[in-house]
Design a protein around this ligand. Sequence first.
Ligand SMILES: O=P(O)(O)OC[C@H]1O[C@](O)(COP(=O)(O)O)[C@@H](O)[C@@H]1O
Ligand SMILES: [Mg+2]
Ligand SMILES: [Mg+2]
Length: 323
Amino acid sequence: MPLGTTLDRYILHRQNAFAFATGELSQLLRDIALAGKIVHREVNRAGLIDLTGDMGLQNVQGEAQQKLDVIADIRFRRALTNGGEVCALISEEEEGIIFTGNNKGKYVVAIDPLDGSSNIDVNVSIGTIFSIYRRVTPVGSEPTLDDFMQGGHEQVAAGYILFGSSTMLVYTTGHSVNGFTYDTSVGEFILSHPNIKTPQNGAIYSYNDGNLNAYAEPVQRYLAACRERQYSARYIGSLVADFHRNLLKGGIYLYPPTAKNPNGKLRLLYECYPLAFIAGITGCLAVNDTEAILNIKPTSLHQRTPLYIGAPAMVEELMGYLV
Ligand SMILES: O=P(O)(O)OC[C@H]1O[C@](O)(COP(=O)(O)O)[C@@H](O)[C@@H]1O
Ligand SMILES: [Mg+2]
Ligand SMILES: [Mg+2]
């Protein structure tokens, strides 16, 4: 599809490529795009309408919920419930399964409504990360935990929305990864980055240097090698933004285990699986200390995993240090 194609037209084009497609996944992707436009508006005017700061509440992770965490959570839930295609979802901001009441819905969604919460109030890029599965429980029945414990390879679509200098939706349904930039003047996501592929190698490395001394020795040795080569150290502190930059330019993002977070900090179902799904199609690698992210067996809704993701040559070199 040519540059400038609207998201709606692109989705329809993809749907028509499948004889048996019934349009539900297409509608679900449109529902996510709609919520993305609304959250774009809230993010842009957060400072004007007192949407900065925290709510004085904690989420299931024990993190202080920022107002925009809660607003984004409400906006995506509402769009996915009203859209009718989703029977249940899980969110970083909610402990249990969220039942939409649409038991006829064929899909379940795992979502990080607002990624990069520590950057919300300081006007630094933030985002949303989502992962979609076809349910395994019978359509019409009450969805269960099984629908969310299918494993990374069973995702039927995954993506993120980046609220940066421009707002972009980047997603895949398993064939190619495409980026759409939000043109506020026409209110449409427009195809701007077709068929994204990452460079084989890169010279950017992203990690929280404040945790360096807490990392295992092999990780420290890999980072020392990067420093020795004078690679560019870039860390925004919003996973979605650090991943996006490295995806386009070639680089590696690391969130290793530490004493404080022996399983890493990032959540498997709504941060690591969706980015690993995108990574696989763009040529990136996504692993933890022992296996590929998509091979990790899911055991709980908010489980964490260490994450190393980026240009294949860089991740393979790091894996060489880890074995
Ligand atoms: O402040 P730290 O420890 O470097 O962690 C930053 C990481 O944590 C996150 O903010 C976690 O995501 P949330 O903001 O969605 O909780 C990532 O976006 C980011 O990469
Ligand atoms: Mg996050
Ligand atoms: Mg979040």
